[in-house]
Design a protein around this ligand. Structure first.
Ligand code: HAM
Length: 421
């Protein structure tokens, strides 16, 4: 069949079999966030393009190359390319800071980036996100990192299949001197840099450090440690000591500068050893202590994480983690003769109201064809309704595994099935 319409490149349909996996990781994430004291926030898919230009940054790849932007009337809109900026916008718009305490918000959101699609990299993808507002202490960083690793563990991903990489990128006080040092180093090594890094040397030199093409060259680039101010150094040392206390294994990665402009101090990523190929970052996040203020709010330290849902599922599949199977239906109603068809429909509805997943033929098929459907459906019970059952107000219930058949009064049918599921 020649198909005229197909899903756009890099955008995926999720079919029922896969949906079961999605439901299971989504509900795990919701329950996990509930246990850690988060409330859910849902923000729109569209925002003004300016929101992301101001926060993620105009020179970032996400905004300058990948964002889906369109104009309608005077306004320029963007499909959200990430989840944090909309949450900060909502935090301010609804005055959530007025509560004065720490606020923890989680979400599950689609996001859109016009990247070249490949395994684990799509143009519409989904993130599990968590953001903490109002907590400056490194305890918050440690709790967030623990929570992320705990989530993967609760999904059955063994700790040795993952690597937590942690870094600090300083603050607006100490970072400019470091940025200048990297820029100077880049100028000295200009000819060895890839084309992309040559172009970003003046605008965004720190991104050179996490360029995959320039890995070998950047081994001798300056590290941030000598440039950190006392507050940033103490924060990072406390975080590392807390991670040790909590027995969270991590590696220090000097390259982890992240591709979004809003970060300050702590940055982190979890990479997976299996299942992702070159797109091996399972999640990323960090502090963004200046962002709320940048958008017009009161000074509010904040931090968060975004976990790739598709990548999480790829890792689970690669590790052959025990994945939930789609639950088959419980009962299939079979009508013997036309008179029984409306009763079959009523019976199915009655069973569904009682919480029993029930199906039936909707095409007026013969009893034999309906029995074939019942067997194929995976249902535990077939409910057989013919003239005699109709007259007596009963149903014949056939266990499709043992082939045993019982007569049950129609008024007791739902209870009878429920007690045997
Ligand atoms: P990010 O590192 O850009 O951070 O994205 C987070 C995660 O989303 C990545 O680690 C990856 O698993 C997944 N991801 C990113 N791009 C794609 C793609 N094209 N296809 C599939 N998965 C992808 C953020 O978005 C920040 N908002 C995270 C954050 C929250 N920082 C603080 N709070």
């Amino acid at each position: 069949m020649e198909l005229k319409y197909r899903a756009l490149e890099g955008m995926n349909d999720v079919l029922p079999e896969q949906s079961t996996l999605w439901h299971s990781v989504e509900s795990r994430w919701r329950e996990h966030c509930r246990r850690y004291g988060y409330g859910e926030i849902r923000t729109p898919i569209l925002e003004t393009a300016e929101l992301f230009e101001r926060t993620v940054g105009e020179t970032s790849d996400i905004v300058s190359k990948e964002m889906y932007v369109f104009q309608r009337g005077e306004e320029r809109y963007a499909l959200k390319p990430e989840g944090t900026a909309p949450v900060v916008r909502a935090y301010l718009e609804h005055g959530l800071y007025a509560a004065g305490s720490v606020q923890k918000l989680y979400y599950i959101t689609p996001f859109f980036r016009g990247e070249r699609p490949q395994k684990g990299r799509y143009r519409q993808a989904h993130q599990f996100g968590a953001e903490i507002f109002g907590a400056a202490h490194p305890l918050a960083d440690a709790e967030l990192l623990y929570m992320v690793m705990d989530f993967f563990q609760s999904l059955g991903v063994p700790a040795d299949a993952l690597e937590l990489r942690v870094n600090t990128i300083g603050c607006p006080e100490c970072r400019p001197a470091y940025r200048e040092a990297v820029r100077n180093w880049g100028r000295d090594n200009y000819a060895r840099l890839c084309k992309n890094c040559q172009a970003r040397l003046e605008r965004n030199p720190l991104r050179i450090l996490d360029c995959k093409e320039c890995v070998e060259i950047t081994t001798d680039a300056p590290t941030i440690d000598p440039y950190l101010c006392d507050t940033c150094r103490t924060h990072f040392e406390s975080l590392q000591s807390l991670l040790k206390t909590l027995e969270v294994p991590y590696v220090r990665s000097h390259r982890l500068v992240r591709g979004l402009d809003y970060y300050t101090r702590t940055t982190f990523e979890v990479v997976a050893e299996h299942g992702l190929g070159s797109q091996n970052a399972l999640c990323g996040g960090g502090r963004y202590d200046g962002l709320v203020e940048e958008l017009g709010g009161p000074p509010t330290p904040a931090l968060g994480v975004g976990i790739g849902v598709e990548r999480t599922l790829l890792v689970l599949q690669a590790l052959k983690a025990p994945l939930p199977q789609p639950a088959p239906i419980d009962a299939f109603v079979v009508a013997f003769g036309d008179a029984a068809r409306p009763v079959a429909l009523q019976t199915a509805i009655q069973l569904r109201h009682a919480g029993i997943a029930t199906d039936l033929d909707l095409e007026g098929r013969s009893p034999k064809a309906q029995m074939r459907l019942a067997n194929r459906s995976g249902a535990r019970y077939a409910i057989l309704l013919g003239d005699s059952e109709l007259q007596q107000g009963t149903a014949s219930v056939k266990n499709l595994q043992t082939h045993e058949q019982t007569t049950v009064c129609q008024t007791e049918l739902a209870e009878w099935i429920k007690s045997r599921l």
